[in-house]
Design a protein around this ligand. Structure first.
Ligand code: SAH
Length: 229
């Protein structure tokens, strides 16, 4: 089944049972064992009911540490990857954060759970529509935008943190410019097959540092909406 905007509000059962909570705790323990040590990130992941973000066909696997298909040919990121990117952002609850690639809304929920002001942008209409309905129902209230994440949100920036959740060919200049001085961006950079997690820090008005932090596989970033066929 794919998520269609018209069927989401009624069809989604917002149940979070003891069984779900137990499976989630195990998943969080597994992620900790894989090397994530920021307990604030782990606590947030322990609170977000990932099964509510999954396509129905895969809901039984919500607490397996893997990426799964959602609609529109996209994926919900692997929990370890969500934890890795969130930890790398060094989140403070006072941060203004931009997320590129709302997708299922799961990463957005984890960030909201950490208390940040979140701005999230998605360029596929059906995913945008779905997240706009689901997240507020779960008590998460980021600002949603339908648009091209390559451009970011210049009128809402600058941001303390930027997270990109699709693979980019390079670090978009427009996003770098939307970081505050001292701000940090976590972005997977590479080709369609694999990307290197890249951490960009704006050290000064015109000075950026870049550090590589391991190999990952993301769906590729899509071109701007104007190019859509
Ligand atoms: N953060 C998501 C991961 C989604 S996968 C989650 O937690 O589930 C990557 C998402 O990026 C997809 O939904 C895709 O549609 C979106 N995307 C790809 N190119 C984009 C672009 N140029 N601007 C905004 N979103 C984009």
């Amino acid at each position: 089944m794919v998520f269609l905007p018209s069927e989401t509000p009624k069809a989604v059962q917002l149940e979070d049972t003891f069984r779900h909570k137990g499976l989630r705790k195990k998943l969080v323990d597994e992620i900790r064992d894989k090397g994530i040590s920021d307990e604030i990130v782990l606590r947030a992941m322990n609170r977000v009911p990932r099964h509510l973000f999954m396509d129905n066909s895969f809901v039984g696997f919500a607490y397996v540490d893997k990426a799964f298909p959602i609609s529109s040919g996209q994926t919900i990121s692997q929990p370890y990857t969500v934890a890795f990117q969130t930890e790398a952002l060094q989140i403070k609850s006072t941060d203004r954060v931009l997320e590129v690639g709302t997708g299922s809304g799961y990463q957005a929920a984890v960030l909201c759970e950490m208390g940040v002001s979140l701005f999230t942008i998605e360029r596929q209409r059906s995913l945008y529509d779905f997240a706009c309905i689901l997240l507020p129902k779960l008590g998460y209230h980021p600002q949603f935008f339908y648009g091209d994440g390559y451009l970011g949100l210049p009128t809402y920036g600058p941001f303390d943190k930027i997270i990109v959740t699709a693979g980019a060919a390079s670090v978009p200049e427009s996003l770098k410019q939307q970081l505050v001085v001292g701000g940090r961006m976590v972005i997977p950079v590479g080709n369609r097959q694999h990307q290197v997690m890249t951490i960009v820090v704006r050290e000064g008005e015109n000075k950026y540092s870049e550090r590589e932090a391991g190999n990952f596989v993301f769906v590729p970033m899509l071109p701007g909406i104007a190019d859509e066929k």
